[in-house]
Design a protein around this ligand. Sequence first.
Ligand code: ATP
Ligand code: MG
Length: 388
Amino acid sequence: MSSVSFVPFKTYVVGGAVRDMLLGLPVKDRDHVVVGATPGQMQAQGFVPVGKDFPVFLHPETHEEYALARTERKIAPGYTGFAFHAAPEVSLEQDLQRRDLTINAIAIDSDGSLIDPCGGQSDLQKKIFRHVAPAFAEDPVRILRLARFAARFTEFRVAAETLALMQQMVQAGEVDALVPERVWQELARGMMETQPSRMFAVLRDCGALARILPELDALAIDQQVYKQLMSAVDGAARLHHALAIRFAVLLQDVPPGEAAAAAICARLKVPKEVRDLALMAAREQRLIAGAAAMDAAAIVSLLERCDAFRKPARFLDCLTVVQCKYGELGDAGKTHAPLLATALSAAQAVPAGQLAAAVSAQYSDQLSTRIPQAIQAARIAAVAQALQ
Ligand code: ATP
Ligand code: MG
């Protein structure tokens, strides 16, 4: 800190770090606001500029983020259509006014005093998500952020006036201006929270779900089906499963089958690994859930289709996805995962290399069909034996 101890400006910790501290939660990363400085003064103190659109710097030693206090003004549709004004005369209070929620608009100064002009502490106590100002409506990302906070802070409720504002934003088409990458980024983060169903509930309540995931919204016509799906997704979160598993669980029924899942993944530009598991699970879930009735040949063909010999971990993940869904239903499908995992181990134990060598020694023609056939037959025999 020595290089910045005689700074001519004031800094405050703001946002999530203050909120989490007041909630008694561990603080991950601290964001700072700087009041009274120019970019030149910051750099003279050794801060490293990193902001593309507005002046943000990294502290030379702690590498924490320091943003110059700024105001913003909407100049074009969409969440990127902002003009920023960062200047030494912008006050802390002005900077807090442009923030999304009151609970995210509390600052703390270097003496530990709280600056809370938006009523954030009161809303933390009442467990309420409330927007700071009508300018909330200028950025639809805030809807996604609020929804994802709902999945994390599971006892919080959305203020009636904030919900009404979000509904207006959706009706005005604001959500349609979001780029898929940003929607996916926020959805993925919300899926990784404690209770992802609460994110979808907020998105449904304000009408945004019908715009970003209409397939899921349509599913809610049947409350029973929707509730089961949401409890399967929450179950996957309770078991701390990875994003790919949680997302694949979500796409099991929207509507069933690979094509609908593929369309959603393409629209949201879902990353390849996440997409591949979701599509595999959507395609094979019924078969996997009914594995007890499959013979060895059908199981080996399932393993081949799923590329389970080259990617065994992904196949086991696929079993977990189906388990999350059918486990919640208390279905007979509960037994499929151990059964198929046993089958996979047995089939993996077949010495494919040795078999190939033996076939090559015995025959001189049609090796490209004889070798795979021999390996497949040996795998079927091994699975049949293992399942006896
Ligand atoms: P997390 O714990 O997920 O990091 P956070 O509240 O710290 O939550 P950040 O994305 O780190 O979220 O943003 C830091 C702060 O910046 C927020 O607390 C909020 O005050 C403000 N902020 C971030 N994104 C927006 C936005 N789209 N609109 C308004 N304010 C925002
Ligand atoms: Mg943060």
